[in-house]
Design a protein around this ligand. Structure first.
Ligand code: UDX
Ligand code: UDX
Length: 479
């Protein structure tokens, strides 16, 4: 298809969509739907966030998001804080508000409920309400009941589930080049609307238009669309996240075995991942998973299972292994440094993974807090997450550096806690010269132990033998 025909195909499919919630999920969905040729109103009840977006500022760090918003702002995407106005002019309303963890581990659905109440009062003709937020099974049914109780007539709306599988840091690319699109619908009408919304991707038209976001390696183009019932779609989302978390905890447990027997987890994972039934992705051991999804979704999935009368104990162990991983890392730091009180430690990374400024449930923050409790002084650098970290690290003992080398200056050791690409490409001679002692404790396995040895570092990582070149060489390299 020529770019011109593709552009025509996109505009033919153009639908009017409201996205409620302009967070990591909602804002990316809004920008990507606009790039797919739809007309979007992005609504958030945080007036300062909406004002910021209207001014052209972007509240989160996410690759490709600035370009897409610049391309579509005030043309096919508008920002508003009035849900009723937005709803009246829309065919479909996507709910992407937060579903945080409540005290007992269940998902707190109060934001979703309050949106449903508002929607009930605003619908003026048939609307498709689509859950995009990760929610427990049966939430679509609750949204329907709440809307009916609040005066919406049964024929004025339907509720569908369209779970989002994007990862922060690669969110835009994941949205536009998904492995699959899941639509959970309980009527042909709802199915037709969602198929129409995703037609630019499933027909391939988006990928031949003039300026698509570049495809990642191994993109599945066009992506398959899987149609299920709404409750199956809700379960697909929880089960996918739980399985991915399980894969990480599994590989962390294997890494621990490697440490006990002196094997190398890289070699073991190459061997495991080469089995196409297992696959090589999400087999990176480290200090455990974090973020706004895996920790809360595992708790919520477990809680929902319990409510249905099923004890999903496998999930308990996934969570336990993950928690244990950060304590094991602390033991590694002690093993490398003996005592921690008064030690000056350089820390690289605060976000829960590379490529994002999000520090929610970040294992890096948890490790920093534990080190501070032990009396260490921390000098930290993160390319994007330092402002957000300042809001949660409210204890003394932390200073913020301008660069990785600035953090390392005169430190007793360097700790790598987040897998930012730039932390894997440091100038090792410069790093060696900056540190007071050439000790690196790598919680993300970013370096090759042999290369670290060749540069004279004492190097500790996860699931791989420690590197301790003869002290003579270390001392010689220092002088
Ligand atoms: C959240 C959930 O954490 C995730 O599980 C789900 O899949 C999608 O929603 P995220 O986008 O990262 O993910 O949340 P967050 O960054 O907190 O954004 C939510 C936005 O919704 C915020 O901007 C908030 O102001 C807004 N909001 C919240 C509303 O507009 N209305 C509300 O009633 C509540
Ligand atoms: C996750 C899911 O991947 C995504 O499909 C869903 O929509 C939201 O939740 P996200 O939390 O943004 O996405 O990031 P992800 O790349 O999955 O990483 C989650 C955590 O697992 C991070 O802390 C990361 O460092 C960790 N991780 C990931 C590992 O420790 N090892 C791995 O091999 C992969």
């Amino acid at each position: 298809m020529t770019p011109e025909r593709a552009a025509m195909a996109l505009s033919e499919h153009g639908m009017k969509i409201t996205v409620v919630g302009s967070g990591y999920v909602g804002l990316v969905a809004a920008a990507c739907f606009a790039d797919m040729g739809h007309e979007i109103i992005s609504v958030d009840n945080d007036a300062s966030k909406t004002a910021m977006l209207q001014r052209g500022d972007i509240p989160i760090h996410e690759q490709h998001l600035p370009e897409l918003l610049a391309r579509h702002r005030d043309r096919s995407i508008r920002f508003s804080s009035s849900l009723p106005d937005a709803v009246r002019g829309s065919d479909a309303i996507f709910i992407a508000v937060g579903t945080p963890q409540s005290g007992d581990g269940q998902a707190d659905l109060s934001y979703v409920e309050s949106v449903a109440r508002e929607l009930a009062r605003a619908v003026n003709g048939y609307k498709l309400i689509v859950e995009k937020s990760t929610v427990p099974v049966f939430t679509h049914d609750w949204i329907r009941k709440v809307m009916l109780l609040n005066g919406a007539s049964a024929d004025s709306f339907q509720v569908a589930s369209n779970p989002e599988f994007l990862r922060e840091g690669t969110a835009v690319t994941d949205f536009l080049y998904p492995d699959r699109i899941v639509i959970g619908v309980d009527s042909p009408r709802a199915g037709n609307i969602l198929r129409e919304i995703y037609a630019p991707l499933t027909s391939g038209a988006y990928y031949s238009h003039a300026n698509p976001v570049p495809a990642p390696d191994n993109a599945c183009v066009p992506p398959p669309l899987i149609e299920t019932s709404a409750k199956s779609a809700e379960l697909i989302k929880h089960a996918s996240n739980a399985f991915l978390a399980l894969k990480i905890s599994f590989v962390n447990a294997v890494a621990n075995m490697c440490e006990f027997v002196g094997a190398d987890v890289r070699q073991v994972c190459n061997g495991i991942g080469a089995d196409t039934r297992i696959g090589p992705r999400f087999l990176n051991p480290g200090i455990g998973y974090g973020g706004s999804c895996f920790p809360k979704d595992l708790m919520a999935f477990r809680a929902v299972a319990r409510e249905c009368g099923y004890e999903f104990r496998l999930l308990d162990e996934v969570i336990n292994i993950n928690e244990d991983q950060r304590h094991r890392f602390l033991r590694k730091v002690r093993k490398a440094l003996w005592t921690l009180r008064g030690k000056r430690l350089a820390v690289l990374g605060l976000s829960f993974k590379g490529g994002t400024d999000d520090v929610r449930e970040s294992p890096a923050i948890a490790v920093v807090e534990m080190l501070l409790k032990e009396g260490s002084e921390i000098r930290v650098y993160d390319p994007a997450a330092m402002d957000r970290a300042r809001e949660v690290l409210l204890v003394s003992g932390v200073t913020y550096a301008q660069s990785a080398y600035d953090a390392a200056a005169e430190a007793d050791a360097l700790l790598i806690l987040t897998d930012w690409a730039e932390f894997a490409a440091l100038d090792l001679d410069r790093l060696h010269a900056a540190l007071a002692y050439p000790i690196v404790i790598d919680g993300r396995n970013l370096y090759d132990p042999d290369i670290m040895a060749a540069h004279g570092f004492l190097y500790y990582s996860v699931g791989r033998p420690d590197v301790q070149p003869a002290m003579q060489r270390v001392i010689a390299a220092q002088s």
